[in-house]
Design a protein around this ligand. Structure first.
Ligand code: HPA
Length: 255
């Protein structure tokens, strides 16, 4: 099934064009609980749609209203480490764009690279670094994300909600294993503040298509070698479940 057919399948199931969209990362899918008049479209019901195999990713599109604003959310995404290409990883963004929605919010669970920050903090992504060496073999660089006037507005919303919203660069690594302590030190020296295995292909695609892109990382663990215990996906999910309410409140208000 091609992109147009997939998008048409989804468009046929929802009442109106969404004004905003969100891609919800590991353990952050609960956001959809705040939506009303929901329509759930499991990935497996969409002919020819890829399936996400990671625990914590539901694998469904959820359409609904945040207040009176129509929103569509992708719960479950496609990672490089599952064998998908960058184009496939960007499929949710392409669908959102095809649905005539020009604004996408990309979220993820990520490792925290600043010891002064707390686990469970949320970080607005102001730039990204591609640390996969798949596209460019040179030293990875920071690409900033145009946030324009949005930035002040988002800061203001976080302040009103008494959420300490961090800001920084999200670093994309290949996975599926976590980084080595040496890689984490290198990533910090390049200007990284959070590290994870997703988001950048989606952000790149959205920027390429001229969409409004915003991203938030939920900082679930310190980077490898920064804390005594070994990292685990269970720890990641434990932290996201602890901060789900805060995350939902912030995202709903920004959207
Ligand atoms: N590294 C990579 N991906 C992650 C991490 C991490 O420390 N935490 C959550 N996703």
């Amino acid at each position: 099934m091609n992109l147009t057919e997939i998008s048409r399948y989804i468009a046929d199931k929802i009442s109106i064009t969404p004004r905003s969209a969100a891609i919800l990362g590991s353990g952050l899918g609960n956001f959809t609980e705040c939506l009303t008049d929901k329509v759930v479209i499991p990935y497996e019901d969409i002919p020819g749609y890829p399936l996400s195999s990671v625990t914590g990713h539901a694998g469904e599109w959820v359409f609904g209203f945040a207040g009176n604003k129509p929103v569509i959310c992708a719960k479950g995404r496609f990672h490089f480490y599952e064998g998908y290409t960058a184009e496939e990883a960007a499929l949710p963004v392409k669908i959102i764009h095809e649905l005539n929605c020009n604004s996408v919010f990309i979220t993820n669970a990520a490792g925290c690279l600043n010891m002064d920050w707390h686990l469970g903090d949320l970080m607005l992504i102001t730039g990204f670094i591609d640390y996969t060496f798949t596209k460019d073999k040179n030293n990875p660089q920071v690409h900033s994300i145009p946030l324009h006037k949005e930035l002040d507005k988002i800061r203001e919303i976080a302040k009103q909600q008494e959420i300490e919203l961090r800001e920084g660069n999200y670093v994309w690594t290949l996975g599926p294993s976590y980084e080595t302590p040496a890689e984490i030190q290198d990533i910090i020296s390049l200007g990284g503040h959070a590290v994870g295995m997703s988001t950048v292909p989606e952000m790149r695609k959205a920027l390429e298509r001229g969409m409004q892109v915003r991203g938030i990382s939920c900082l679930t663990n310190y980077g490898a070698g920064m804390q005594d215990e070994a990292l685990s996906h269970a720890e990641v999910l434990e932290t996201t479940s602890r901060v789900n309410q805060k995350f939902t409140r912030l995202l709903a208000e920004i959207i």
